[in-house]
Every structure is written in structure tokens, then in C-alpha cells.
Design a protein around this ligand. Structure first.
Ligand code: FE2
Length: 499
């Protein structure tokens, strides 16, 4: 319990710290003002025309830079300030890593025109070694992008995935134990359990989700990538993230299988056709195979880049056509096969799938996959399963065709290879269907599926629909008042557990 004396002591300490901080900042502001005076004088001597045309200054958001005295100085001389986004990864990396080497490179050079300078800058950036970008972007961060879809294991621990922009440690799997109720720490005991390099030195695959089975992590190294050099230059060139993406139209979508016990890739390269996946549906092991189901865009990666952004630009009203859209696909990877198997012989021996896996050269551990699809099945993404079956052999999954012309929710039966659908009413878009098991359920589809149906027009009313998971018939709905806005999906994880 805090006594009166303790409280007074705290106030006194805070006041001393505040005075100290003001003193330090005051000194720092004076140093900035002196630096600005010197900079202005140097420009006057070396580039007098620039002072007339107007100086554009970039500095970060440090307190001395935004202090009143500094702002008054800049206004007095009419210097324009380039905005500096807060917590900007790329700019921070540039501040501490890029500008020093750049300054050294340009030292002693003279340029007749700005075009000459720009040309030299481009030349310098284009010839930088890959290690330059690795170090700069990766010095202090464990990961730069994280998955939206971690896996929760039966013991309550989590497996998370993070992309790193150093190609040597691009793809990382992290184990996060369940945290004690009393702990305030969120990631106590977290450790990287597998790190896999990128196949490209300057490009890292875009990863949205990953798979897990009893013994393996499944990672997609797909041919839609982020280019490290372009990422590094984003802040300087004023480009957006989409412009940092590179598609590799003629390359395969590689499925990397990583042994969870060793953290190493198994020595078989699995190559699927060029395409793209946002969402894994499920993965499992069966009779020395790994079965991997996904919502697969088979029309190549470029269409994702183009259409996804078109879709956003058209305010979510544009639809993919069926041909260019996303469908169920099952890839099957044989883990054991005769090394002397004939080229082009199907190595998949599971009786219930038409997916194939072939080698093209005898004795090589490079296996080419073609997926199984379900003829006539609807467009489907945002898949959900009964999560008790995650990583295990399963039968059903649920999805939405929110992004297609026919707006439906669907239930896929992967044994019967048939699909039940629930058609959305006019001007309603179905969201992500979440399966909830009936308490005490013994069957995989014993429960309900809950989904949003979001109004696309002022006349329609959004509601939450509850479907019987077995029959896929509506059993109830909860409508929202017109003025209440609802999110399209439940996309994400909800849990009461502490990790
Ligand atoms: Fe997602």
C-alpha cells in the first residue's frame, strides 16, 4: 500500500526527471539549431540556387526536430519538411544503415545537374551487394511479417510463423508455450524451432498461412514475392507495398516440408504448378503421404497482384470470374517412394485421391505435383474446419464465395466429393463460416456454422446466420439494425487462453 510519503517521493522523482528531460531536450534543440544554421550556410556557399528554389528537408520525428524553436526556424526560412511516418521500419533502417555508406560513396563527387546525381544514385543502389540489404533490414528484428493464422496445439501452446527479410533465414516457425495465468509476459519461453532460407537471394515469398501435421510443418514458397531491394527503398522512393511485389510467372510453387523434431527440411523437393494460396485448409499425414488442402488460385500469381488491388480499388464490388478465381485443391506428397521409380509414374498410392506426384528424372528427389480438384465445385476461400481435426485426417470444411459472382456459403465433403451450399439473399455478402461443435459432439460435423451476411446496399439488412453444420440448413439468424455496421468476416482467432 502506498503511504503519503511514498506518493510525495514519487512526485519529487518525477519532477526531477522532467526537469532533467527538459534540460536535455533544450540542449539538443540548441544543437539542432546550430546544425541547421551550419547546413544553411553550407548550402548558400555550395548550392546558392537551392536556397532560392526552396529546400526540402527530411529528418525524423525526434522531439528536438518537432520542438517549437526548431519549427519556427524552419518556417522563418521557408524550408519544406518531408513527412516521416512514425515507427517506419524502412526509414529507420535507412537512417541508421543507408545514409552513412551513401554519404561515403558520394564524398568527393561533383555533379553538373540533378539528373546526373539521380543517375549516380540509381547506379549505386543497383550495384549494392545483397548482404548490404540483409544487414540493414534485419539487424534488430526477429521477423518482419507475421502470419495471420497461427496454430494452437492441443496442449494450448501456439506455433507461429514469421517472415524475415534476410533470405538466409527467411521462413521461421516459432513455438510459444502457454503462459501461466499469473504471468504478465506474453511470449515467455518462445523459441524459433525451424528456420528455412529463401530460394531467391533478393526475394522472399509472400506467406499468409502455413500447415502443421503431427510431425511436420508445411510451408508454401510461392512465386509471389517481396523484393528486398524495393522494400528497402520504399520510404525513399515513395512507393507502396504492391510495388515491392515481384511475380515469378514461370516458376513453381514449392511446398517445403519441415521435420518438427529437427527443424530441417526433409530431403525431397515438392513442386506444384505456378499459383497462389492465401489459406491452407488443413494438412495431415496418411500412409507415408502428406495430404495438403488449400484454397488455390490456379491462374498464376500475376492475377492475384492485379485483381486483388483492382478489387480493393473498386470498393469490393468487383468479382473474380470463375476461371481466375480460387478453388479447392488437394496436393498429396509421398514421403517414401522407390528411388528407382520410373519417371512420370504416379507415386501417390492413397486410394481416395486423384492427385498425382511424379519424378521427371530417375534418382532425383524432385517431385512434381498436380492437385486433385472437385469438378464443378464453387469458388471458395476463408476456409474453416472443426479445429479438433487440425493436422489430422478430416472430412469436412466450410468456406465462402464472397469474392465471386454467386454469393454462397459452402460445405465440402472430401470423402463423398460433394458440396452443400447456402445461397446468400440479394445484396448480401457471406463472410467466413465458423464451425462451432455441439457440446458433447462425437461426429466431425455435429454442431453449427455461424457466418455474417453483410449488406451491400442501404436497402439490405446485415445479419448473422446460424446453419446446422450437418444439413447446412438455416436454423436461425440474428439481424442487426440498419445503422449498425458489421465486419465481413470473423477472420482471425478468438480464444480465452493466455499465450
Ligand atoms: Fe487470412
Amino acid at each position: 500500500m502506498l503511504m503519503e510519503d511514498h506518493k510525495l517521493q514519487r512526485v519529487e522523482i518525477s519532477q526531477r526527471l522532467l526537469q532533467r528531460c527538459q534540460q536535455d531536450n533544450g540542449d539538443e534543440i540548441q544543437r539542432i539549431l546550430v546544425t541547421l544554421d551550419r547546413l544553411k550556410e553550407a548550402i548558400r556557399r555550395k548550392r546558392p540556387g537551392l536556397l532560392r528554389r526552396g529546400v526540402v528537408l527530411q529528418h525524423d520525428n525526434a522531439t528536438p526536430h518537432s520542438a517549437n524553436l526548431t519549427q519556427q526556424w524552419l518556417q522563418r526560412y521557408g524550408w519544406e519538411i518531408l513527412p516521416h511516418p512514425a515507427h517506419s521500419l524502412d526509414l529507420a533502417a535507412s537512417d541508421f544503415h543507408l545514409f552513412g555508406p551513401l554519404k561515403r560513396h558520394l564524398g568527393g563527387m561533383a555533379f553538373e545537374t540533378e539528373d546526373d546525381l539521380i543517375s549516380e544514385l540509381r547506379n549505386w543502389f543497383d550495384n549494392l551487394d545483397v548482404d548490404f540489404f540483409r544487414v540493414s533490414l534485419t539487424k534488430n528484428l526477429a521477423f518482419h511479417l507475421g502470419t495471420a493464422h497461427p496454430h494452437i496445439l492441443k496442449d494450448g501452446s501456439m506455433i507461429y510463423y514469421g517472415t524475415h527479410f534476410d533470405y538466409c533465414k527467411a521462413y521461421n516457425f516459432i513455438s510459444i508455450p502457454t503462459q501461466p495465468e499469473s504471468s504478465e509476459a506474453t511470449f515467455e519461453g518462445a523459441k524459433i524451432v525451424a528456420t528455412i532460407p529463401s530460394r531467391w537471394k533478393m526475394n522472399i515469398s509472400y506467406t499468409h498461412s502455413f500447415g502443421i501435421t503431427e510431425n511436420y510443418f508445411i510451408h508454401l514458397e510461392q512465386p509471389l514475392t517481396f523484393n528486398i531491394r524495393r522494400l528497402m527503398m520504399m520510404g525513399l522512393r515513395g512507393t507502396c507495398l504492391e510495388e515491392c511485389m515481384v511475380t515469378h510467372q514461370d516458376e513453381s510453387m514449392d511446398i517445403l516440408v519441415i521435420d518438427r523434431a529437427t527443424g530441417k527440411r526433409i530431403p525431397i523437393a515438392f513442386k506444384a504448378p505456378n499459383g497462389f494460396v492465401f489459406h491452407f485448409i488443413n494438412c495431415y499425414e496418411d500412409l507415408n503421404h502428406i495430404v495438403f488442402d488449400a484454397c488455390f488460385y490456379p491462374s498464376g500469381t500475376d492475377i492475384i497482384k492485379k485483381k486483388y488491388l483492382d478489387y480493393l480499388a473498386h470498393n469490393f464490388t468487383q468479382s473474380y470470374t470463375t476461371d481466375e478465381s480460387v478453388h479447392f485443391a488437394r496436393f498429396v506428397m509421398p514421403l517414401k517412394f522407390d528411388e528407382k521409380a520410373e519417371a512420370d509414374a504416379n507415386l501417390v498410392t492413397l486410394p481416395y485421391t486423384t492427385a498425382t506426384a511424379v519424378i521427371k528424372k530417375k534418382g532425383k528427389n524432385v517431385v512434381y505435383l498436380t492437385p486433385e480438384t472437385i469438378e464443378g465445385s464453387p469458388v471458395v476461400d476463408l476456409p474453416r474446419i472443426n479445429y479438433d481435426y487440425n493436422g489430422m485426417k478430416y472430412r469436412y470444411f466450410y468456406g465462402t464465395s464472397a469474392f465471386a459472382e454467386g454469393k454462397q456459403l459452402s460445405k465440402f465433403d472430401l470423402v463423398e466429393k460433394r458440396v452443400l451450399t447456402y445461397d446468400a439473399e440479394k445484396n448480401l455478402t457471406p463472410g467466413e463460416p465458423v464451425f462451432l461443435a455441439r457440446p458433447g459432439a462425437t461426429k466431425e460435423d455435429d454442431g453449427v456454422v455461424v457466418s455474417t451476411l453483410v449488406a451491400d446496399s442501404p436497402d439490405a439488412q446485415s445479419f448473422l446466420v446460424v446453419l446446422d453444420a450437418e444439413s447446412f440448413q438455416e436454423v436461425g439468424r440474428a439481424s442487426l439494425p440498419h445503422e449498425v455496421k458489421m465486419s465481413l468476416t470473423f477472420h482471425g482467432n478468438f480464444t480465452s487462453k493466455v499465450f
